[in-house]
Design a protein around this ligand. Structure first.
Ligand SMILES: Cc1ncc(COP(=O)(O)O)c(C=O)c1O
Length: 339
């Protein structure tokens, strides 16, 4: 597969903006910076951040065992997803495939970028491959999937990566809660593979907005051309670096969340109006109830906010419960028993 042929012509010929911090790189101290129209009075934040987030990338690259050149960071994975659309999809011409019910931003970004969305409701490899044509540039596989919480079968993913004629984007926002291995391990085998991850879930840093994109150096270099110069701010870079250096805390929290999730599955099955608790490879549970609208409002009255997913395809009467702390989950269970 020749990746170059999938990239939009205007992006291929685009000359990226060159920021002051890109043009002059030097780690020497006592330099007088008069190049970026910054305020010279030191607040700790008066300088623009590193546009390539080198320290954060070095930490992530080490953890994920990839090279820094295979990594792009964004203002949340939502920004990364948008960059992918803009590199590969010609508005009004190209199409992408998503597999509903899934993460809603694929559809929103397709609409924002004026790109056709092909939806395949029963994710079956043959059907997905049949749905593509020469204008289909991206296939989104969310694994573990939001809101269903299940992972896509690894053999099926591999077949899709090998046979799909565009780019396969595997969204691994919830991978740290999963029993499956990350596809970042296999990046070097597949030139058309992009893996997206985030610090918003397992790392407990949704507030800083940091998403990561792993792919071939070729794809990363093109995404880099169009990213806003300082898309990851200084505070985010500092906080992310600290978190990445404290894997014990993160791993401990992941273990607690998984254990709480498994206990919640057992407890929820005891509730009379719960029809089904779907298996989960993530930090949330999709739960079918007798009447999602009624149960949602009852929970709100008890100050417990869950997500009503009943309007999504194949999710009739389904609520999505994020796994909380032990105390929060206990409160959820005690409340459900009262309803
Ligand atoms: C599957 C999936 N991908 C991406 C995101 C967005 O992640 P971020 O906070 O990094 O933008 C979410 C958020 O809920 C998600 O569920």
């Amino acid at each position: 597969m020749i990746i170059e042929n999938l990239i939009r012509e205007n992006i291929k010929s685009l000359k990226p903006y060159s920021s002051a911090r890109e043009e002059f790189k030097n780690s020497a101290s006592n330099l007088v910076y008069l190049d970026a129209n910054e305020n010279p009075f030191d607040t700790g934040l008066n300088r623009y951040p590193d546009p390539q987030q080198n320290l954060v990338k070095a930490a992530l690259a080490k953890i994920k065992n990839v090279s820094r050149e295979q990594l792009l960071l964004g203002n949340g994975s939502d920004e990364v997803l948008d960059l992918i659309f803009r590199v590969f999809c010609e508005p009004k011409v190209d199409t992408v495939i998503a597999l509903p019910p899934t993460y809603g931003m694929y559809e929103v970004l397709a609409n924002t970028n004026d790109v056709g969305l092909i939806e395949n409701y029963q994710p079956n490899v043959d059907e997905i491959l049949k749905a593509q044509n020469s204008q289909t540039k991206l296939l989104f596989l969310c694994s573990p999937n939001n809101p269903t919480a299940n992972s896509f079968n690894a053999d099926k993913i591999e077949t899709l990566i090998k046979k799909f004629t565009g780019i396969v984007v595997i969204d691994e926002a919830y991978i740290d809660f999963s029993s499956q291995e990350s596809w970042t391990r296999r990046l070097n085998e597949f030139p058309n593979l992009i893996v997206i991850q985030t610090l918003s879930k397992a790392y407990g840093l949704a507030g800083i907005r940091l998403g990561a994109c792993y792919s071939s150096t070729k794809i990363i270099s093109v995404l880099n051309k169009i990213k806003p110069p300082y898309n990851v701010n200084q505070l985010t870079q500092q906080t992310a670096l600290k978190a990445l250096q404290n894997s014990i805390k993160t791993n401990n929290e992941i273990a607690i969340i998984i254990s709480e999730r498994n206990q919640l599955i057992i407890d929820l099955e005891e509730i009379s109006f719960i029809v089904k608790v779907y298996p989960s490879d993530a930090n949330f549970l999709l739960v079918k109830v007798d009447n999602a609208i009624v149960r949602y409002h009852q929970l709100v009255e008890h100050k417990i906010i869950v997500r009503n997913r009943t309007n999504l395809p194949l999710c009739e009467n389904c609520l999505r419960f994020t796994v909380g702390t032990k105390e929060e989950n206990k409160k959820l269970m005690n409340t459900l028993k009262l309803l």
